[in-house]
Design a protein around this ligand. Structure first.
Ligand SMILES: *Cc1c(COP(=O)(O)O)cnc(C)c1O
Length: 481
């Protein structure tokens, strides 16, 4: 047996490279990353391909490993080429993500040290770091010290956690679901609907409250709908407002909505996955007033704090409510949360063991300070306004509402033919070209184009290039269709 153990140990030791092996693998990885960053400005924002990474399958997982160079070649051609390039500043579709360099350093260290960020006892420092990040965001929102929260994998999971906390705080029992009412707008992010379904609340009554001409929830319509539902004997319990919709970037008026929630004792959940971080800059803060009136809010550092994918946040004003729906062991903190020094993330989330997410956020904030983030956010808002004005100077383009944050909707009205068809073709042409990536949506039944400015690498030259490309493609299509 000893021989077998020794034999096995010998093979298992491959899991622990020595200093030289580490240096070699690390150098190659760093070189790959550096080349990627150096080439990035010239790389397309979108690559259509038939291959689509298929040759990954031609290199199956085998008993023995292969060399790092081959691995990086596989990665380059199969993964880092086809599809959208989210690291590109020319990505202007959906809601672009981030990927700042310094977060990668945090991730590297988090992966090497592998601190256990789920439970205070296991890694008091890692847990304090997560809680510190949550408090920093809570200050931005205007929540009191008694708030609770969690660093999640992203906005969808954050929405689920917030909605589950709301469900339990309102004690929605199975037999009441069918008469319990949720108030949203038609612009609510689909992950809210998904969260309601996963939370067992699919059968709730959902009211799409009327929006105004800026696609913001109309508070009067909300109040009237709640009053009517109460008369009908229904159980209004949840309002979901958007601090920046994905569709148009509109910010629902949270002050009056919060007052209505308060007066009627409804839970107000604010989806700020895209928009809440704009509160860091003065321009955004004005537009986002009233976030503090909510009971829960979500925000995505992997969107507008420009961090790499895999970091969302949920905050709940009353920590106890979040705890009651997510704790897993009542014994050791049943009397009061104050009995332990710091809340443990595992008690505020479905997760137990998790990636030490705090470090990828804390490290860049410490290293760079808040100023560059604040500046980048104001820059994004101003770039959207710049595009909004410039696109109107091009003959044939019409725009949607003035942007609340950094999304602009617009479309081209062709000299002849159907506008929807023309704009569909326009997006296709732009995707084929690949230099920039934009997306489209339907507004009031019409096909419209969107420009979302949220990438930290998106600057004035990007917007000028986008305007040029739009002009070129419109000219081409006007002449060729
Ligand atoms: C992106 C987004 C979500 C979903 O967040 P993920 O991080 O993609 O899961 C939810 N709400 C809004 C408004 C969003 O923009």
């Amino acid at each position: 047996m000893i021989n077998r153990i020794k034999q096995l140990e010998n093979v298992a030791l491959n899991l622990e490279p020595n200093s030289d092996e580490r240096a070699q693998a690390l150098n190659k990885t760093l070189q790959y990353a550096d080349t990627f960053l150096e080439e990035l400005p010239t790389l397309p924002a979108y690559v259509m391909s038939n291959e689509n990474g298929r040759s990954l399958y031609q290199s199956p997982i085998t008993e023995g490993g292969i060399d790092m160079d081959t691995i990086l070649t596989l990665l380059k051609s199969n993964v880092d080429k086809p599809g959208i390039n989210p690291a590109s500043g020319n990505h202007l579709g959906y809601i672009p993500g981030g990927g700042i360099f310094h977060s990668a350093l945090g991730d590297y260290l988090a992966d090497i040290t592998n601190r256990y960020a789920g439970i205070f006892f296991a890694s008091p420092g890692a847990v304090r770091m997560e809680n510190m990040m949550l408090r920093w965001m809570a200050d931005m929102v205007g929540y009191p010290e008694t708030m609770g929260g969690n660093l999640t994998s992203g906005g969808s999971v954050s929405n689920l956690i917030g909605i589950v906390a709301a469900r339990d705080a309102h004690n929605i029992q199975p037999e009441e679901i069918r008469k319990s009412v949720v108030y949203v707008t038609e612009h609510m992010h689909h992950s809210v609907g998904k969260a309601l379904r996963i939370a067992g609340l699919k059968a709730c009554v959902k009211r799409a409250v009327r929006v105004d001409q800026n696609y913001r929830m109309d508070p009067d319509a909300l109040a009237q709908t709640i009053a009517r539902d109460k008369k009908l004997g229904l159980n209004p319990w949840l309002i979901v407002a958007s601090a920046g919709t994905t569709n148009t970037g509109s910010v629902d008026p949270m002050t009056p909505i919060g007052d209505i929630a308060n007066a009627n004792q409804l839970w107000l959940h604010v989806d700020g996955a895209y928009g809440a971080f704009f509160a860091l800059c003065d321009e955004g803060k004005k537009i986002l007033t009233g976030m503090d009136k909510s009971d829960s809010v979500i925000m995505d550092p992997h969107k507008t704090l420009f961090l790499p994918y895999g970091l969302g946040a949920v905050l709940v004003k009353d920590r106890q409510k979040l705890y009651e729906s997510h704790y897993y062991q009542a014994d050791y903190m049943q009397d009061s949360l104050e009995a332990v020094e710091e809340p443990s993330p595992a008690d505020f989330s479905p997760e137990l063991t998790k990636h030490f997410r705090g470090l990828r956020m804390w490290l860049p904030l410490k290293l760079l300070g808040v100023a560059p983030f604040r500046a980048a956010l104001e820059e994004k808002m101003l770039l959207a306004r710049y595009f909004y004005h410039k696109i109107q100077e091009i003959e044939g383009f019409e725009v949607g509402p003035y942007p609340d944050l950094s999304v602009v909707t617009y479309r081209y009205i062709p000299k002849r033919g159907n506008a929807d068809d023309f704009n569909k073709r326009l997006v296709e042409e732009i995707h084929k070209d690949g230099r920039i990536f934009i997306s489209s949506t339907l507004l009031d039944g019409e096909f419209v184009l969107r420009l979302a400015v949220a990438g930290f690498r998106t600057h004035l030259d990007t917007i000028d290039m986008a305007l040029d490309i739009l002009v070129q493609k419109v000219r081409y299509l006007e002449q060729n269709v």
